[in-house]
Design a protein around this ligand. Sequence first.
Ligand code: ADP
Ligand code: ADP
Length: 230
Amino acid sequence: EPVIVAQDVEKWYDNGFHVLKGVSMNVYKGEVLVVMGPSGSGKSTFIRTFNALEPYQKGSIEVDGIKISHDLKNIETIRREVGMVFQQFNLFPHLTVLQNVTLAPIWVRHWPKAKAQEVAMQLLERVGILEQAQKFPGQLSGGQQQRVAIARSLAMQPKVMLFDEPTSALDPEMVREVLDVMRQLATEGMTMVCVTHEVGFAREVADRVVLMDGGYLVEENTPEAFFNNP
Ligand code: ADP
Ligand code: ADP
């Protein structure tokens, strides 16, 4: 069943730029949908509407049955449902790995510290960085830092995860670490949307690929068909 239903989404930036020109798309439970397209085509803006990081003016977006209102008045609810991972990890450098992962559960969800730590340790184990729990982000490789960012996002128990160029800041040999974690999450039923322009990564991580161009969604296909187009 669809977890994200976007219908005729239109957005203008404050300067009048029409960035999304009626985009419709479903994302189904447990799939990795990859969004590709030229720089400036609206990919990042589009996925940012799914967690209310960007308001939109027309159309509708529902996540797990919750409609994201145009004025973003239900922003708190939506942010809990939808986790996001960024190109630059965005970890807190002065906090340990464990503290980075427990921060939101303690302060946003009001979990007792012990429970938050127990869940965080399980998540760190799942993404393969349990041994790094007491280190600081600066002591880790890029691939390890991105896995901390994924664990931190999962700690809020989201229904959906968004990834905006998650491998662009990584050395090529670390891309596999992120890819493996994302495929593992998909088998566990996590619904994911990922913007990337790395073809090799996209081909392996995607269940389905959509192509954006100039604010329109212009193609939707399986990765096999998408990447074998002449
Ligand atoms: P992509 O992710 O495909 O590279 P973006 O969604 O980041 O594209 O941006 C799409 C277009 O919207 C770009 O031309 C960008 O310059 C423009 N844009 C992004 N943010 C703003 C903003 N705050 N105000 C005006 N234009 C913006
Ligand atoms: P990326 O391609 O990595 O998404 P961009 O260069 O498109 O980054 O945008 C970086 C930041 O600048 C974003 O916060 C975006 O909203 C903002 N931005 C981009 N284009 C414009 C614009 N034309 N006017 C105002 N803000 C913009």
